[in-house]
Design a protein around this ligand. Structure first.
Ligand code: UDP
Ligand code: GLC
Length: 381
């Protein structure tokens, strides 16, 4: 099957990292078209997945944009749309992985008469998007997509609540290769030394720096934890959240936590860094659509404390394979961290349960089979 994948981003967010695993089995006959250049292109090339940057100018419309801003950007999109329509004719199917890719992909699907699949990585609610963007996404998906793949039941429910068609949507979780999360103890000890983490109880936070990812909640919680609790914040502002980054540094200084919080920036050695942690915290203040970092922590055998909302509730069963806390509540988070620090035996059992169940439930080979089956159903329809 020849697949033309579309993604708006040149940066490797969760949706893009998920796309690498989805596109890999098709790479001999596929192309990923990006609407911006960046490190994601290089990652695709390293994985031998054909990639082409289709737009040289950044698309101005954002998650919270109005209709007028959206319409203005359509003019700007014209050359890109024409290019995509032409290329689409060389493929059997168009696979849109992001919302702007859906807009372009829908038009290309119509003009090139190729079926459209939309991979929905978002919770389409007003907590995350403007009304206009919601309406555009739902209408385009309803009208043009043969299939919508939701990354969780939570994303599927939000899609239907916003008016999306029930008969076109299926849930497929992100897949992971458990082998990638095995690490070498000697290397991890070296990394711990390098990061000056020996003798500390290390809480890791792995996410791009953005207000709704809630790094500020972890910093507040840290101030309420015993002195030996230290945090590493792994990730960078990918989508222009520079003010938030400044705010986080200020917060650390105001709370006098300079020695207990390390900002490590964007890293590509996530399994190794997770392995240096005693606990991984997820602190999103708005419902997380899926939450790759949660599954990754489980695969690394690390206990996870996560914010109870959205897709997270499908991943974590409190007290069995992790801990759930109320989103946006530093006091409760501090309590959960302190419990993990003190109750080492129970916490280790929970982390073990998580590793065993996650490696079965999110095995990339099984997830890819599910996708292959859905795609072949479309092609035969
Ligand atoms: N990640 C990474 N380097 C970093 C921070 C995060 O590679 O410095 C990865 C992380 O391991 C995860 C992804 O980025 O696979 C983030 O996906 P998630 O679903 O957790 O959140 P998103 O950012 O997509 O909303
Ligand atoms: C999006 C979501 C995240 C999800 C990822 C992969 O970036 O924000 O929750 O894990 O896509 O589906």
């Amino acid at each position: 099957m020849r697949i033309f994948f579309l993604d708006q981003s040149g940066k490797p967010g969760g949706a893009e990292l998920c796309l690498i695993d989805i596109a890999k089995p098709y790479r001999d006959n596929a192309l990923i078209g990006l609407f911006a250049d960046g490190p994601f292109r290089i990652l695709l090339q390293q994985n031998n997945i054909p990639v082409e940057v289709l737009a040289t100018q950044a698309i101005q419309v954002r998650k919270e944009s109005s209709l007028v801003q959206g319409l203005k950007s359509l003019g700007q999109l014209a050359p890109l749309i024409i290019k995509v329509i032409k290329k689409a004719r060389e493929y059997d199917l168009i696979y849109a992985n992001t919302q702007k890719a859906l807009v372009v992909g829908a038009l290309a699907s119509f003009f090139s008469r190729r079926p459209l699949v939309y991979h929905l990585h978002d919770i389409l609610s007003t907590e995350h998007f403007s009304q206009t963007n919601l309406r555009i996404a739902i209408n385009l998906a309803n009208r043009f997509a043969s299939l919508v793949i939701a990354n969780s039941e939570a994303s599927k429910t939000a899609f239907m609540q916003a008016g999306g068609r029930r008969d076109i949507i299926e849930v497929v979780y992100n897949g992971f290769d458990p082998k990638n999360y095995q690490t070498d103890e000697f290397d991890i000890n070296l990394l711990r030394q390098k990061l000056e983490l020996q003798g500390k109880f290390v809480v890791g936070h792995f996410s791009r720096l953005a207000p709704w990812k809630g790094q500020h909640i972890l910093i507040d919680a840290l101030a309420k934890c015993p002195q030996e609790v230290t945090a590493i914040l792994v990730g960078d502002a990918l989508f222009g959240e520079q003010d938030y980054v400044k705010q986080l540094h200020q917060q650390v200084a105001e709370l006098g936590l300079e020695n207990r919080v390390k900002f490590l920036g964007f890293r590509s050695d996530i399994p190794q860094l997770m392995a240096t942690c005693d606990l991984v915290a997820h602190t999103s203040t708005a419902p997380e659509p899926f939450g790759r970092v949660i599954v990754e922590a489980m695969l690394c055998g690390k206990p996870i404390v996560a914010a109870k909302a959205g897709g997270v509730m499908e991943l974590v069963e409190h007290g069995f394979n992790g801990f759930l806390v109320t989103p946006g509540e530093p006091q409760e988070l501090a309590q959960a961290i302190t419990t993990c620090l003190q109750e080492t035996e129970i916490t280790a059992t929970i982390a073990d349960n998580a590793r065993t169940t996650a490696s079965r439930r999110f095995d990339v080979a099984i997830i890819n089979q599910q996708i292959a089956q859905l795609l072949s159903q479309i092609m035969s329809a």
